[in-house]
Write a protein that binds this ligand. Structure first.
Ligand SMILES: C[S@@+](CC[C@H](N)C(=O)[O-])C[C@H]1O[C@@H](n2cnc3c(N)ncnc32)[C@H](O)[C@@H]1O
Length: 239
């Protein structure tokens, strides 16, 4: 019988970065933000996917912009991508319920309804607003914005979760770039990998960031969906 130390750690299978998104309400939980306080502020959502954060925030008076590498695709292509990725993600959630915590939802069905509503709201907003610059095609670690262009920069479910695809140097460059375009804070969620464990290189990353003038703090949030995803990493150039 294998010892516990040699048993594989259960984790989400993430062969590709999923085009999967959440609502503004869910963002508010895992980033501990109040959208009313963001009215009139410039907010950037990086790796936004089919999240409805930007569409909802703009309708609430926030000057929000979303970035994703797939934003050069047509609404029809993105809708097909959503259909494929959502099916794969929800199949996994039901197959591996132990990797999730239903703190924000009553059931997986409720989570699915909510995330599908996010994607639909995104698609409704996307077509009309690409040309207005609300949806910008770009990929970390390079963002096409001036230094300090945004009051707040958000990045959810890309860093750390996909650590098997993106190495340490990529994470370091990505964090520096997020901090460069923010005149205030950067908030990154979650701080764990697909196995629910805190990113193994977190302390080294924070040391390297500090050496580049970027201060960081790990802040608990009142939210958990991926088991272990109970905090955010906050970056700031001001300390
Ligand atoms: C799982 S989704 C997260 C969507 C949204 N942030 C949320 O939490 O609901 C991850 C997104 O990262 C995007 N992505 C992949 N590589 C990226 C990169 N290098 N820079 C920025 N975004 C990237 C994918 O296209 C995908 O839409």
């Amino acid at each position: 019988m294998p010892s516990l130390a040699t048993l594989p750690v259960p984790q989400m299978e993430l062969p590709v970065v999923s085009f999967f998104g959440r609502t503004l309400q869910e963002y508010c939980r895992f980033f501990a933000i109040d959208p009313v306080k963001l009215r009139g502020r410039a907010v950037l959502d990086v790796a936004a996917g089919p999240s409805s954060f930007t569409a909802e925030a703009v309708s609430g008076g926030v000057d929000a912009v979303a970035v994703d590498p797939l934003y050069d695709h047509s609404p029809v292509e993105l809708s097909e991508q959503i259909a494929r990725d959502y099916q794969r993600m929800f199949m996994q959630m039901r197959a591996k319920p132990g990797l999730f915590r239903l703190k924000a939802f009553a059931s997986f069905e409720a989570a699915e309804v909510d995330r599908r509503s996010a994607a639909q709201r995104f698609l409704n907003d996307y077509e009309g607003n690409i040309r207005h610059g609300r949806y910008v095609r770009a990929a970390l670690p390079l963002l096409p914005f001036l230094d300090g262009a945004f009051d707040l920069v958000l990045c959810a479910h890309l860093l750390f979760i996909y650590a098997a695809r993106f190495d340490f140097e990529w994470h370091l460059e990505a964090c520096c770039e997020l901090a460069r375009v923010s005149g205030g804070e950067v908030r990154i969620h979650p701080v764990c990998g697909a196995d629910g464990r805190v990113y193994g290189e977190l302390e080294r990353l924070r040391r390297e960031l500090l050496a580049r003038g970027v201060h960081s703090a790990v802040v608990p949030v009142d939210y958990e969906f991926f088991a272990g995803g109970t905090s955010m990493l906050v970056l700031s150039r001001r300390g």
